[in-house]
Design a protein around this ligand. Structure first.
Ligand SMILES: C[S@@+](CC[C@H](N)C(=O)[O-])C[C@H]1O[C@@H](n2cnc3c(N)ncnc32)[C@H](O)[C@@H]1O
Length: 395
């Protein structure tokens, strides 16, 4: 007998097959115990040389690949059964959404409402941040003519790429109901930890507001001069009601929680302070691009054989120390209930500190093997990561 999920997928396939009314399809989230080839897949009909094609955009969270296929060659069911937990099919008179629970059951929701088809196949990849946006001029990334200053171009690209990762991750988390849809009464609370001159803080605020997402953004930096400068800019831009700054150490901040914690190059163990603060406050999403890591390098003095081959050259020891620090941060996040990935958020030519730890709160219980591996690594290398003590993780 067909299950409710089979029936829902059959219905979705029918809607997808009618390209005269199909608006778009979004596949996101991952079903329990399943792996998916892309973080998200978007599909929509497009008009190419007077013929309708289906445009498939597959995103790994950083890079999106796009291909167009003829509707007759498109196997809708095989896409819908790839292992995504959320299937959204929009058509010109409504939408069908299927959420597949941990038990593999379907929660089906149908909605009526007019939606428009956009068959334009060549949508330009828009820059998320227009270089002449007043905030970029105020923070000093662009000059008064709205051109990015050569000396600030790497920072501009870092911020832009950070946003490119944040936005789909956030949208997926909202679609998967890991984060509640922000409203004016309950805006999305985002904390930028170690915000410095607040390039990223302002960018996140301005970009999310430009797509009508209600937000409240807080930039935290230990330096009082950052607070003064950033607050003046916020007032000048007329946005001081929804963006604020605090001159506080991350581990002692008066802010108690946020929905999303971000940190771009918070120095050394300030990154651990940022992760620990976010976890303790129950942040649903963490996007952390660490900076210099000295914590483990100084502890790597009793390296187990034969791994001292990797540490006897200073340069390699330093790089290994960086990798181990971030690997253990990612593992700790997993142990405390976050689905965690380590990704490159930007090309190495713009910053050598180009790793990002992206973690989504799932509250999944840690598996015994993960705990065992973590403990074994600490024991063999005689190391004690800064983040572990901040989160009281057992040795
Ligand atoms: C390398 S800067 C990065 C600034 C900014 N995120 C960016 O990417 O442009 C690191 C910032 O972290 C701040 N910081 C370092 N340790 C901190 C701590 N424990 N609490 C708060 N801020 C801290 C510093 O004052 C500095 O502004």
């Amino acid at each position: 007998m067909a299950t409710e999920l089979d029936l829902a997928i059959t219905k979705a396939c029918e809607v997808i097959s009618d390209t005269s009314t199909l608006v778009r399809v979004v596949l996101s989230g991952r079903r329990r115990n399943m792996t998916v080839p892309f973080e998200r897949i978007d599909l929509r009909p497009v008009l190419i040389k007077d013929e309708i094609a289906l445009q498939i955009s597959q995103s790994d969270g950083r890079v999106t690949t796009v291909k167009n296929v003829a509707p007759k060659d498109f196997q809708a069911r095989s896409y819908l059964e790839l292992g995504y937990a959320n299937i959204l099919v929009e058509h010109t008179s409504g939408a069908l959404s299927i959420r597949i629970t941990k038990k593999g059951e379907a929660q089906v929701h149908e909605e009526k409402g007019t939606r428009e088809q956009n068959l334009d196949h060549d949508r330009k990849k828009a820059r998320l941040l227009d270089s002449s946006d007043p905030f970029l001029i105020e923070v000093g990334i662009s000059d008064s003519d709205g051109r990015v200053k050569p000396s600030r171009s790497d920072k501009y690209i870092q911020v832009e790429e950070f946003l490119r990762l944040l936005v789909p991750t956030l949208n997926s988390a909202i679609e998967a109901k890991q984060i509640s849809k922000p409203t004016l009464v309950n805006p999305l609370v985002i904390a930028d930890l170690g915000c410095g001159s607040a390039y990223l803080t302002f960018a996140v605020h301005q970009y999310l507001r430009s797509i009508d997402m209600p937000v409240h953004v807080i930039g935290i930096d230990i330096r009082p001069e950052s607070l003064k400068r950033n607050t003046e800019i916020a007032k000048k831009l007329g946005i001081a009601e929804t963006i604020e700054f605090k001159a506080e150490a991350i581990d002692q901040t008066s802010l108690t929680s946020c929905d999303i914690a971000i940190a771009l190059h918070a120095c050394d163990t300030a990154t651990d302070d940022a992760i620990a603060w976010a976890v303790n406050g129950g942040a649903k999403l963490l996007l952390i691009a660490p900076c210099c890591q000295h914590d483990l390098q100084t502890q790597m003095s009793q390296v187990p054989e034969p791994w001292n081959l990797l540490t006897k050259h200073g340069l390699m020891k330093e790089r290994l120390g960086d990798l181990m620090t971030d690997a253990l941060r990612a593992q700790i996040l997993k142990l405390v209930g976050y689905r965690t990935e380590v990704i490159e958020f930007i090309g190495g030519e713009h910053t050598p500190r180009n790793i990002m730890i992206r973690a989504v709160l799932t509250s999944a219980k840690a598996e015994a093997k993960d705990i065992e591996n973590y403990k074994k690594m600490l024991e063999e290398w005689k190391i004690d990561p800064a983040l572990a003590s901040r989160l009281n993780i057992i040795k």
